[in-house]
Design a protein around this ligand. Structure first.
Ligand code: HEM
Length: 147
């Protein structure tokens, strides 16, 4: 649920990768001519108040009462895209994220430096093909597995 919520609010590729329509088609009443460049704005979809309750808030419990997953079957959450050109590295990527996150939580306690509180963290992003934060996240790890 934490990884789904992070992917909703902070998708790695906010506009996915540009796609091109291979034939004329109509989507939701809009005519899309063959050869159009299509950008899917998953950043905006992830913050759409018609879809999400309290869209700006990080609340993993949003996924407690539903079966929305992030493998491209639920169009409200598409961090890996969907369909034939979706991410072929989905399983590897998700496994790596689960593994690294689990290790970071299990092996360390984390503190913010210089008396900062979570509210002081600047989440401003640099929008590009792949999104990064403007300010690097600074944390102090304290190793807690003393074997
Ligand atoms: C958490 C990790 C990852 C995320 C969030 C991610 C996300 C994405 C997204 C959003 C796309 C574009 C899909 C679209 O436009 O519909 C994509 C495409 C792609 N990804 Fe990933 N990816 C991840 C990991 C990986 C890994 C581990 C690999 C390879 C080992 C990989 C290889 C690719 C390739 C080759 C494409 C282009 C597919 C195509 O154009 O047909 N990705 N990825």
């Amino acid at each position: 649920m934490v990884i789904k919520e992070s992917s909703r609010l902070h998708p790695v590729a906010p506009l996915l990768i540009p796609h091109e329509s291979i034939e004329d088609c109509e989507v939701d009443g809009f005519h899309i001519p063959k050869g159009s460049r299509i950008l899917i704005n998953v950043w905006t979809i992830g913050r759409d108040p018609d879809i999400w309750v309290e869209p700006e808030k990080f609340k993993p419990e949003k996924f407690q009462e539903n079966n929305i997953d992030l493998r491209g079957r639920h169009f409200e959450l598409l961090p890996f895209g969907s369909g034939r050109r979706s991410c072929p590295g989905l399983h590897l990527g998700l496994t790596a994220v689960h593994l690294v996150l689990a290790q970071l939580i299990r092996c360390f306690d984390w503190e913010l430096p210089n008396g900062m509180t979570p509210k002081d963290i600047d989440m401003t992003k640099k929008f590009c093909l792949v999104t990064t934060r403007v300010q690097h996240l600074m944390l102090i790890p304290k190793y807690r597995l003393h074997i």
